[in-house]
Ligand binder design. Structure first.
Ligand code: ADP
Length: 202
């Protein structure tokens, strides 16, 4: 109702809005503060409130495009390619994650294993104590990655579009003329859910 009143009568003072709603000015103060803070209304001193024309939906999309992966990324669990499938499963439990990122001898991203990749191999007849994760992992160049400069929106979109639980956050390094990826973090469904909760709080 406040937004509708401001749209119709702008510029309008808080006393005038309060009058129209049969409320006191102080009762309105928190609502006006929130509407101003999130950018729906603009308060000009001694003039009154204006409608900025931004719908809440646009504000959310603007915000998730502004937030960089660098500020939301989490700590990744990383193992090497020669780690046994058995040790990888133990690491999954110890680090309380669902996806392990794998590095090669050069210390750069070479693949990843999800919990279902590990489950699949564990229910077969494989000797999981001797089998290295390098054999069962999803391998580069088939890994979907994000960079720290990409937005939270872009990361979430990749998770949804590729139907995966986690993305490694990588920095590209050049070795000779070969591009390699250093793992600097991860963005997972949990990361995005936490951000969603944060944005939902007023
Ligand atoms: P789960 O297999 O436990 O449901 P995911 O949905 O994340 O977990 O993984 C589905 C498949 O996609 C697995 O085989 C996994 O190796 C692969 N995968 C997971 N994350 C990525 C990624 N970022 N890029 C490419 N492949 C991935």
């Amino acid at each position: 109702m406040i937004i509708d009143i401001v749209k119709k009568y702008e510029p309008i003072t808080s006393e005038q809005i309060a009058d129209k709603l049969n409320l006191t000015r102080s009762a309105l103060r928190p609502d006006l503060a929130i509407l101003t803070m999130i950018g729906i209304l603009e308060a000009r001193p001694r003039v009154g409130y204006f409608f900025t024309g931004k719908a809440p939906k646009n504000l959310i999309s603007e915000r998730v495009r502004e937030i960089k992966v660098d500020t939301i990324k989490a700590v990744p669990a990383v193992i090497t390619e020669n780690t046994s499938v058995y040790d990888a499963i133990v690491t999954l439990f110890l680090t309380d994650v669902g996806t392990l990122f794998v590095t090669g001898e050069d210390g750069c991203l070479s693949g990843l294993v999800s919990r279902k990749d590990l489950l699949k191999i564990a229910i077969g007849n494989a000797d999981i104590h001797r089998m290295p994760v390098g054999i069962v992992m999803t391998r580069m160049p088939n890994i979907i990655t994000v960079t720290p400069e990409e937005s939270a929106y872009e990361a979430a979109k990749k998770i949804v579009d590729h139907q995966v639980d986690a993305l490694p956050v990588v920095k590209v390094v050049l070795e000779g003329n070969q591009e390699k990826y250093k793992i600097v973090g991860k963005v997972t469904k949990t990361t995005i859910t936490k951000l969603f909760v944060e944005l939902g709080q007023i």
